[in-house]
Design a protein around this ligand. Structure first.
Ligand code: NAD
Ligand code: UDP
Length: 341
């Protein structure tokens, strides 16, 4: 299939592009490089021997996007593009609404014009808000967003649900990711956040390579087994494979479908640090600090629906995730930064 991968230069998108090429699909990347580096294309070529086609386009630029769709005649869109920093979204909510919701609206308009009726969207477990219970199921209510970033995911989901309802020929798959970590086993591509990482795993890997002095664990007095918060970490390659499984489902013409992509297992912050140490024979320095405002105590998926309907499940362990995250960071201590822009 010929697939438009918006945001395909980014962390999850680039891993998915690799798996798509490996399965014989033809991904075409559309990205404005606001949070990625063109070096990613060379790295993809090193791994799969194919350099995917790339359009440097801001999705909000309807004219350019229209031209691209006119030329490429896509079968499916996988829509990763978006800004994802929770902290930045609090400071610049308008930017987040404009970029994430605005670009999704333009994309849907262009898709409609060119009769592209299949879309897989990168949603997030954040749409559940503060969970009343875990594990979370797709039937659990969408909650109140904790921040503007989360709100954009809720709004885009709503728009896509409406589109699927109004146009019976549309196939919409909403994939709610839990906590993506890890990297391709080659260590050639991985997560490369700008500035100080907000997320746990990139912070740990930066401590591991000496870019940061120590990790601060936000809170150790939560009502959990060791007092630290619990998340469902999932290897980015498993996540990429989830998109391939969703593609198969789309061929069956199912209308609207929603899936959690997680492992179904909760891991505490402390457990993750210990697993990282074990996997890499290291000792990550950490201190306990105050709770991070707005943090959810426990968050993990019930991922059985994706297994039942898509025959997909995560296969990588926490140790695999820690090993591959470190391998990427060790080989690229400053991410793609050294590579030529
Ligand atoms: P990323 O920032 O690495 O990739 C997103 C890509 O989108 C970047 O390459 C960026 O340049 C591009 N982009 C942003 N705005 C654009 C625009 N207007 N036009 C064209 N390109 C644009 O992020 P990621 O971690 O790969 O996440 C991919 C998607 O998954 C995002 O939608 C994110 O919200 C969602 N998601 C991520 C996580 C996570 O923890 N990484 C969790 C849940 C959901
Ligand atoms: N966390 C931490 N120190 C950090 C970054 C994160 O203790 O420097 C904790 C955070 O409080 C949360 C967990 O790690 O309990 C996962 O945080 P992340 O931001 O990666 O994911 P999210 O909270 O968005 O699910």
């Amino acid at each position: 299939m010929k697939i438009c991968v918006t945001g395909g230069m980014g962390y999850i998108g680039s891993h998915t592009v690799i798996e798509l090429i490996k399965k014989g699909h033809e991904p075409v990347i559309v990205d404005n490089l606001v949070n990625s580096n063109p070096e990613v294309l060379n790295r993809i070529k090193k791994i799969v021997k194919v350099k995917p086609k790339f359009y440097e386009i801001d999705l909000r630029d309807e004219k350019k996007l229209d031209k691209c769709f006119q030329k490429e005649k896509f079968d499916v869109v996988i829509h990763f593009a978006g800004l994802k920093s929770v902290g930045e979204s609090v400071k610049k909510p308008k930017l987040y609404y404009d970029n994430n919701i605005g670009s999704s609206k333009v994309l849907l308009k262009v898709m409609k014009k060119h009769k592209v009726r299949n879309i897989i969207f990168s949603s997030s477990a954040t749409v559940y808000g503060v969970p009343k219970h875990v594990p979370l199921r797709e039937t659990d209510p969408v909650g109140k967003a904790a921040n503007p970033y989360g709100q954009t995911k809720i709004e885009i989901e709503k728009i896509l649900m409406k589109v699927a309802k109004e146009d019976k020929k549309m196939n919409v798959v909403l994939l709610r990711y839990f906590n993506p970590v890890g990297a391709h086993e080659s260590g050639l591509i991985g997560e490369d956040p700008n500035g100080i990482p907000n997320n746990l795993m990139p912070y740990i890997t930066q401590v591991a390579v000496g870019r940061r002095k120590e990790l601060t664990i936000f809170g150790n007095n939560y009502p959990t087994k060791d007092g630290t918060c619990i998340r469902d970490y999932i290897h980015v390659v498993d996540l990429a494979m989830g998109h391939l499984a969703a593609l198969k489902a789309i061929k069956k013409k199912w209308g609207l479908k929603i899936y959690n992509l997680g492992t179904g297992k909760g891991t505490s912050v402390l457990e993750l640090v210990k697993a990282f140490n074990r996997a890499n024979k290291l000792k990550i320095k950490f201190v306990y600090g105050p709770r991070r405002p707005g943090d959810v105590v426990k968050n993990y998926a019930n991922a059985s629906k994706a297994y039942k309907e898509l025959n997909w499940k995560a296969t990588h362990s926490i140790v695999d995730m820690c090993r591959d995250s470190y391998n990427w960071q060790k080989k690229n201590p400053t991410g793609y930064q050294k590579a030529k822009k």
